[in-house]
Design a protein around this ligand. Sequence first.
Ligand SMILES: *Cc1c(COP(=O)(O)O)cnc(C)c1O
Length: 444
Amino acid sequence: MNAKHPSVSRREFLATTSAALLAGSAAATKSTAADSAGAPKLAINGGEKAVKVAVKRARRWGDLERERLNAMLEQDSLFYWKGPQTTLALERYKKIYPLKYAHTCTSGTAALHIAVIAAGIGPGDEVITSPITDIGTVIGVIYQQGVPVFADLGACTFTLDPADVERRITPKTKAIIAVHLCGNPCDLNALKAIADKHNLILIEDCCQAWGAKYRGKPIGTVGHIACWSLQDTKHITTGDGGVVASNDERFGPILQKCGDKGADRLKGGGFQMFATNYRMNEPTAAVLAAQLERLEGFASKRAMLGNLLTEKIAGIPGIRPHQVHPEDRCVYWFYFMRFKTEAFRCNRAEFVKALAAEGVSCSAGYISVPLHREPVFQKHAFFAGHWPVREMGLTTMDFTKHQTPEVEAILQNGIRFTIHEGMTEEYILGAAEAVRKVAKHYAV
Ligand SMILES: *Cc1c(COP(=O)(O)O)cnc(C)c1O
């Protein structure tokens, strides 16, 4: 991991050996909670853990879901079209997200694919997005023979850097997919201004951002089309599922047929366009209707916990907290912070190991490499080893030459903290204390 910093291991070696020599017999004889300088001993070295509470995550479903599922079982049809569960779920959804057109589907990936079809992305069209995301963000783009173009991210917001987005615009650019990574809203005013100036469609990937707010407004209401995932790890879930929505008269009315084989169930008229089957069934919609009742509770709890962690770790040398605009609500699908390699005698893996020993639920990084460095991108091998748009000369995109330096750095020195609605303030205070303690111990 530290191949880029070969000096670190030598520095670490010197630091640990000299510390061991100095500590020597003292360490052997006394095993108090603090070292000679009065700093608390790390749990990894036998000290007391900073986190003193167990973290339990309660079941995320129960009577609300049971009630809906029982109602669903009395129905004669489990099909979505005009289904009572789907109707109720979309009603509840629209109370939270005041978007005129909303449609259920089978996943976040499906929602994004539907959005891209509705946006009219075609062969060779470029779509600018984040390289740190679930691959589902770009699967639809590639299936429509569009070309994902990856832009760099803000160092501690982990969302699209509007200036870099603008630099990557070409005459072929048709859309931007703004990924609200970790539940932190992108700078939507800036992205919307860029989209308007260049006549681009702004799609919001809200999969990690249920309950997030941008300048007080629910996420998903600034862009032209918004997409959500209900996969098991998301804030609310149906195991798998998704929602796609829009207020725009160009896109909203066609979302349904873009996720239902190209057939308009309201107007009929046969197959005027081509799309696949991404329909959500009634049993799934029943669970969605119930989960939406839980959303605000989950989201506000996570927002509070993540903000508390930021408040408590602010100012620790070498640590850069998750950066959120003061007027936004980040719902922390997870909490991400940056670790300044040069500020510590240990590497990220050792830092994370020490934090974990303190009782913190954390891990190093997120996805292992930016999307464009994954093998399927590097080989341009999306369709049976081929990428027709490239072979036909509709794009010159070469993912092996694509560069997003801040993104590389984020993935190399980011540290991820689990945040969920079952956690308590007490846990967060312990986790913050652990960061302080471990950072102090390893400070250069
Ligand atoms: C989960 C996720 C997706 C894909 O959602 P699925 O329901 O798993 O298909 C897309 N984008 C982001 C940012 C996600 O977190």
